[in-house]
Design a binder for this molecule. Structure first.
Ligand SMILES: [Zn+2]
Length: 188
């Protein structure tokens, strides 16, 4: 069997491993407010990656509350950074209960307890766009069926596609959001 690898493109996932100094250098090239930069907890946020950076397409680096921060996005071979704020309670106005959603990024069904809405903001243009998403922002794990939420979602949606197809769909969707917001790749 002959395997052909396309240079500069990866199929399993793409996130480059960032050290704290590299992350700080990315931040210093960004238009984020100094206060938000200071509040970001890089080590704590990156700890759950457990070294498997290549299995991530998006990674949240949050502040102490976990409700705001920056998302590192690497759907292909360019790294993007976007400021975000997340709200983890979506109330159905008819029933007054937390509402289940399907994530706009990874297409995972999430019960009200792990449903969220997120707003991306381009720090430079102040352009904002909102989406529905997994409350834990662990979309890269959900598409690889590495979470209980992924199994529950498979049963709910009865969608029978491979993990590889889920990964490529996540990448495509992230790229669409990046284009929608007009983000520019960051230099590392
Ligand atoms: Zn998701």
């Amino acid at each position: 069997m002959i395997l052909i690898y396309h240079v500069g493109h990866c199929y399993t996932g793409c996130m480059r491993r960032l050290s704290q100094p590299e992350f700080e250098s990315v931040l210093s090239n960004s238009s984020l407010k100094p206060r938000l930069k200071r509040e970001l907890k890089f080590f704590k946020s990156a700890a759950h990656v457990s070294g498997a950076w290549e299995e991530y397409e998006l990674l949240a680096i949050t502040d102490r509350t976990g409700d705001k921060g920056v998302l590192l996005l690497e759907p292909d071979n360019e790294l993007f950074l976007v400021q975000y704020e997340i709200s983890r309670r979506i109330i159905d106005y008819k029933t007054g209960r937390a509402r289940a959603i399907i994530c706009d990024f990874c297409y995972t069904w999430q019960p009200g307890s792990n449903a969220a809405s997120i707003v991306f903001m381009d720090a430079k243009t102040k352009h904002k766009v909102g989406f529905l998403c997994c409350g834990d922002l662990e979309c890269s794990r959900h598409v690889r069926t590495l979470s209980k939420a992924a199994l529950v979602s498979r049963a709910q949606l009865r969608e029978n596609i491979s993990n590889e197809d889920r990964v490529s769909r996540l990448k495509q969707r992230l790229q669409t959001k990046i284009d929608q917001l007009g983000l520019s790749p960051v230099a590392v």
